[in-house]
Design a protein around this ligand. Structure first.
Ligand SMILES: [Zn+2]
Ligand SMILES: [Zn+2]
Length: 120
């Protein structure tokens, strides 16, 4: 019976009881294979949780910023290219097409649209 050394613990086992190391570098014994699998699964879960947390926190921040700017009435729309954007700065030029004096604050636009609807 040919015995091979486990890539992880270095103990020799019968080759048929060995599994391919997930890193692809060699063979590991049954015991080590279970340990590696568990560690990897835990790591995957941990990474997943971290990504979810990051997405959640950036999402919250973005919507909070969005809500704040909306409250301040600083959403603009360019009448030339229909580009919509938020800013807290006083802007005259569209950041997308750089057309001048074609920007309308969304609040004004909503009012305008309301007036048009009402006058019909
Ligand atoms: Zn081992
Ligand atoms: Zn524009």
């Amino acid at each position: 019976m040919e015995n091979v050394k486990c890539n992880r613990c270095g103990k020799a086992y019968a080759i048929r009881s060995m599994s391919q190391d997930l890193s692809g570098k060699g063979l590991v014994c049954e015991e080590c294979f279970q340990i590696i699998n568990k560690v990897r699964a835990d790591a995957d879960r941990l990474i997943e949780r971290k990504i979810m947390n990051v997405e959640k926190s950036t999402g919250d921040k973005r919507s909070a910023e969005h809500a704040r700017l909306q409250r301040e009435g600083r959403e603009y729309m360019c009448r030339n290219c229909n580009y919509k954007f938020f800013t807290t700065l006083q802007v005259k030029r569209c950041p997308y097409c750089s057309d001048e004096n074609r920007l309308t604050s969304m609040n004004d636009l909503v009012k305008e649209i309301d007036d048009i609807i009402r006058s019909r």
